[in-house]
Structure formats: C-alpha cells, structure tokens
Design a protein around this ligand. Structure first.
Ligand code: 5AD
Ligand code: SF4
Length: 368
C-alpha cells in the first residue's frame, strides 16, 4: 500500500488513495496540510477574496431532510427581502471593497420569482456601476431561467450536489421528481453550458456517510471540473427528519477535522479553483474558517443580510449569527486574516483562476 507521502506527490488520485488520505492522522495529516498550503501558495497566493452574502428569501419548494428551512417546517417565518434593501446591501458590499456578492435563497421556480431576480440583478448592477461580481445560489432552474439571469449580469452560480453518491443522496432527500439526483446533475451541466463559473460542494460528516462516499465526492468534483467549491460540516437541526439519526453522527471535532481534510485534499487535487471556508465550519468552532484558509481555502462569504432576517435563515441550528454590524465584523475578519499571514483581495471579483484558464469549457457539457 502507498504511503501518504507517496500519494500526495502524485498527479492523479485513485479512490483508494483518497480513502487513505481521508483516514490520515498525526504526522501523515500534517503532511497533507503542509502540501495543501504549498500548492495554495504556488497557484493561488495569499489573497482571500470576500463575497458579501445576502440571504434573499427563506421560501423554498423543497423538503431536503437536513435543512431547517425546508417546506415542511411550519415553525419558520417566511420572508423575502425588499428589492430596495438588497440594493442597499449591494452598495454597502461595494463600499466595504468586497468586489462581489452572493445572492442566496430557498428554491422557487415561479415566474414571479424568476422575474424578480432578473429585475434585481439589473438594479444591483446599475446601483453599483457594474463593478460588483454577482454569484447566485438559487437551486435548480430551467435553462431559460439560467440564461436570463446570466444575461442580467450573474456570472457565477453555486449548486451543491450535497452528496455525489445516489444511494446517500436519497437518504438525504425524498425520492421524487422535486428532489431528483439526475435533474440536479443536469442543472450543473446546464449552468456550465450557459457560461457560468460553476460552484458545487457537499456536506461532510453526515449520518450514513463513509470515507468511501467522501472519496467519491472528491472524484466527482474533479470530474465535473468545477471552478468553485463550498463544502462544510453537516450540522443537525431538531425540526428536520434527519435529526432522528443524530446518534450516528461523528463528534463535532471529527466533523471539523474531516471538513478540513476535505478542503486540503481538494486543494492538492484541484490546484487553481476557488475554495470557500464555510460558515458551517465557523459554527462548529470559532477559528475553523481561518484554519480552512491555512489548509487551502481562499474565499470567505461574510453575511451582510439585514439583521432582522438573519434568525429566519437557519439551515442548521446554532448558526453563527453575527450581532455586530457588518463593519465591526469586517474589522475583526481583517485582523483574523492578517493573523494567519493572508490579506484581503480588495475591489476585485476574485474570479476562479481555473475558469480564467479554461474559457472554452462552455463546450464541456458535450463530453458527458
Ligand atoms: N448543515 C450543514 N449545511 C446545510 N445546508 C443545508 N442544511 C444544512 C445543515 N443542516 C447547506 C446545503 C445547501 C447550503 C445552502 O446549505 O449544502 O446547499
Ligand atoms: Fe430548500 Fe436548499 Fe434547504 Fe433544500 S437545502 S430545503 S433546497 S433551502
């Protein structure tokens, strides 16, 4: 069997290589973290790009078993933020020098919703002199919708596959047309075809999840050739069906370690993509996001959702809800980033270098 030291020097990784890396402990784990930091320094540098996150609406047509804002959770007060407030948040993001914003919401496909997002995109661009990069995270949509939003100025899209293994996917979602694995995969291919920089990702430390599943997830993200990845620990929510399996969960420490390992291994595999240090990481431990940056991540998404809505966007419990205003939070974040030897990439979109290098990838869908 190959050693960890041998595996991390390779250029291609088999399923069993990845399982070996995911199981690494002690000195072997340090080798992985050091290699990931070395790859990041060489291909990405020490800049961390910030995306101001606005949680636009918690209305959702889906019933994912793990998610606190699922349709079936009647305890949630549903909201949609006013256009004016979103535009104000966008201006603030620009003022902070973040260079780009992420608009996220539950999944809605109604014509009213699709029109509203299109109008909002145009308004945000106009209000910020067409300087902000805009990323959408609004679930599965038709090709026509993806095109309209692209034409209205969204250039990046995040759609996590959640788990790349069908068998596990259907332990996390109802097995019906609204939650079809195949449709989700198709949506990822469509986004690529339309021309977006495409981001995906998975949850880590789920009940029923094994290292084999996680190794498959890494291979999936690589074969999809994504430009961006956001992946973080699963965190249980008592108002969801998956909560009943919490006795199967790895400990918080283990989930954190697995998440950091996933980030580090992915950085070694996909050297020039954007990798986010997620809020879920920070929820499990205050400094875990910075640690993720040390071992390979280069994107942080500070929450700039207007305060009054934040408590209604609980995908999972104990989510870090920053009570300070965005500016005080920003100053703390800047210090934390400096303390680990990195700096913020101000007033830049911070596009995925991977995407910049592969502009013809819009043809990619035809190979599948
Ligand atoms: N724990 C961690 N992440 C979650 N998400 C949803 N629910 C949870 C949870 N309980 C993630 C999903 C989704 C993203 C917006 O939030 O991966 O794609
Ligand atoms: Fe809706 Fe996304 Fe939550 Fe699923 S994970 S219920 S699609 S908000």
């Amino acid at each position: 069997m190959k050693t960890v030291a041998e595996i991390i020097e390779q250029n291609a990784f088999s399923h069993s290589d990845l399982v070996t890396l995911l199981a690494a402990e002690g000195d072997d784990l340090k080798l992985i973290y050091d290699k990931a930091a070395e790859v990041k320094a060489k291909y990405i540098g020490n800049k961390v790009y910030l995306r101001g996150l606005v949680e636009y609406s918690n209305k959702c047509r889906k019933n994912c078993y793990y998610c606190g804002i699922r349709l079936g959770n009647a305890k949630v007060n549903r909201y949609t933020i006013d256009d004016d407030e979103v535009v104000q948040a966008a201006k603030y993001i620009k003022q902070l020098g973040y260079g780009s914003m992420v608009l996220q919401s539950g999944e809605l496909m109604t014509p009213t919703f699709v029109d509203a997002i299109e109008r909002l995109l145009l308004r945000i661009h106009e209000a910020t002199d067409h300087t902000l990069g805009i990323t959408l995270s609004m679930g599965e949509q038709s090709e026509d919708t993806y095109r309209r939003w692209f034409d209205a100025g969204a250039k990046r899209y995040l759609l996590r596959i959640e788990s790349s293994t069908k068998e596990l996917y259907y332990k996390l979602h109802p097995d019906d047309n609204t939650h079809s694995y195949d449709i989700r995969l198709e949506a990822l291919l469509t986004l690529r075809k339309v021309g977006y920089q495409v981001g995906s990702g998975v949850m880590i430390g789920l009940p029923f999840q094994t290292l084999d599943h996680l190794a498959d997830d890494l291979l999936f993200l690589q074969s999809l050739d994504v430009d961006m990845v956001g992946m973080g620990p699963y965190i249980e929510h008592s108002d969801t069906p998956l909560y009943q399996y919490r006795y199967l969960l790895p400990s918080v420490e283990h989930r954190l370690e697995l998440s950091l390992k996933m980030v580090a291994i992915l950085r070694i595999m996909m050297k020039d993509i954007n990798i986010a240090a997620t809020t879920a990481l920070q929820t499990l431990r205050a400094d875990a996001r910075e640690q993720a940056v040390v071992v390979g991540a280069n994107i942080i998404m500070p929450n700039v959702t207007p305060q009054s809505f934040r408590k209604q966007y609980f995908l999972y419990q104990n989510k870090t809800v920053v009570k300070d205003d965005a500016f005080a939070y920003h100053e703390q974040l800047e210090q934390a980033i400096k303390a680990i030897g990195c700096e913020i990439g101000y007033n830049a979109h911070g596009d995925s270098k991977h995407f910049e290098r592969t502009p013809l990838m819009s043809l990619w869908g035809y190979n599948y």
